[in-house]
Design a protein around this ligand. Structure first.
Ligand code: AMP
Length: 144
């Protein structure tokens, strides 16, 4: 049962927040951190996670912290749109493994969509290197 379980402080995104795991950042403040997905399903696939909270998923997130976090989700989604000029943008998240969740710290995916380009596989394939992610990250960072 992964929908409700104790928060694991050693999940990958908790390690990123502690600085124990490398990441290619595009935005950070006291509320949230946004960084490039290392298995991008589309060019510019960005994740945004809340800080200072042990929430495995959207259902766990303390309601009083949700507003500030969602403001950052919108801010970064707008920056992705401004930087990459996609035809559409998917903003999504999954709750529990049966729903598709693989990392159990709340996060939203921001996925630019380009007409005629299919999405890649979720959390699979060849891991992108920081050198591959940085050129797009720098464009998003400049647009936040
Ligand atoms: P989900 O399956 O919704 O929990 O999404 C987790 C996402 O995290 C997937 O899209 C993975 O590709 C991505 N991911 C896994 N490990 C890392 C990592 N070390 N840095 C950045 N993204 C990651």
């Amino acid at each position: 049962m992964t929908l409700h379980a104790p928060y694991d402080p050693d999940n990958i995104f908790a390690k990123i927040l502690r600085g124990d795991m490398p990441h290619v950042s595009v935005f950070e403040d006291e509320v949230a951190l946004a960084f490039m997905d290392v298995f991008p399903q589309a060019e510019g696939h960005t994740l945004i996670i809340p800080k200072k909270v042990e929430a495995r998923n959207f259902l766990d997130m303390p309601t009083e912290k949700l507003g500030a976090y969602m403001e950052r989700v919108q801010q970064v989604a707008r920056a992705v749109e401004k930087a990459l000029n996609p035809d559409g943008v998917v903003v999504t998240q999954f709750n529990g493994a049966p729903a598709g969740q693989t990392v159990f710290h709340l996060h939203f995916h921001i996925l630019p969509r380009f007409e005629g380009t299919r999405l890649g596989a979720h959390a699979a394939g060849q891991m992108a290197t920081p050198e591959q992610l940085e050129p797009i990250a720098s464009r998003i960072r400049a647009a936040v």
